[in-house]
Design a protein around this ligand. Sequence first.
Ligand code: NDP
Length: 282
Amino acid sequence: MIIDGKKVSKIMRDEIRNEIEELKGKGFVPGLAVVIVGENPASQSYVRSKQKTCDALGIYSEKYELPVDTTEEELLDLVDGLNNNSKIHGILVQLPLPKHMDENKVIERINPKKDVDGFHPISVGNLSIGFDGMKPCTPYGVIKLLEHYDIPVEGKHAVVLGRSNIVGKPVSMMLLQKNATVTVCHSRTQDLEAILKSADIIVVAIGRPGFLTKEMVKEGAVVIDVGINRVDGKIVGDVKYDEVFPLASYITPVPGGVGPMTITMLMYNTLKACREHYFDAK
Ligand code: NDP
């Protein structure tokens, strides 16, 4: 069965829009600030889609486009200002930042309550000990897809291929929280094929087009492809979709699988941050 990320995303966006309308009725408007430094075309396109989605869902948004020669101090000052701006509940600094800036320092400066990307060490810590906090959007989107399709996770062997801070590690923590038995694999893993073949759930996030082949997948496995790779002008995933599809019980296509969930979860996190600011935190 194909996991339809566009469909799930639309359902979630409708729910988010309705909740925002309700909040607005009480006089509260969620606000997101998106900061981009330099002119990376991919980043500019992500930022445009984020703002468009904010508009569509009724989230107030502010966009800050800073020149590439902005100093780290200037960026940190902007983050400080946004931390203290009562109209803004979520702050997203689009990565990567130019080389002369320390990304970790900038992320750490964001108030963890406004850390809608879920990359702040406090958010990472909350996730790892199972406290409620901001969860990173792409891995959270993977979990929402599994939940939407009622795919059992508890007790299953989940193999995560990739250990990045933005996808592999957090999705592993989330699967562990859902009581999966999790194996995390990476470029130094030995006997990768045998480990993958024993998986009930495979999450692939490595950025290698068509890496996961049918030889690595057990019949009936759930296959989640996070990869986004541009090959000959087309977007393809990390899974050789055509040959893995007949084996998998559930599989995400690329595009149209995990991809659409990322921005949806950003909106979800912004709404959560706003709600907590006005209600839950009091
Ligand atoms: P990174 O480059 O940060 O990490 C890649 C990971 O894959 C590393 O842990 C690396 O291992 C591992 N890896 C690379 N090659 C191999 C290999 N041959 N065998 C086993 N492991 C390997 O990537 P990201 O996590 O940022 O992104 C992964 C993919 O997901 C990309 O295609 C990216 O575009 C996509 N992505 C999609 C998003 C979405 O919205 N759908 C959002 C974010 C990312 P090691 O640590 O040992 O180097």
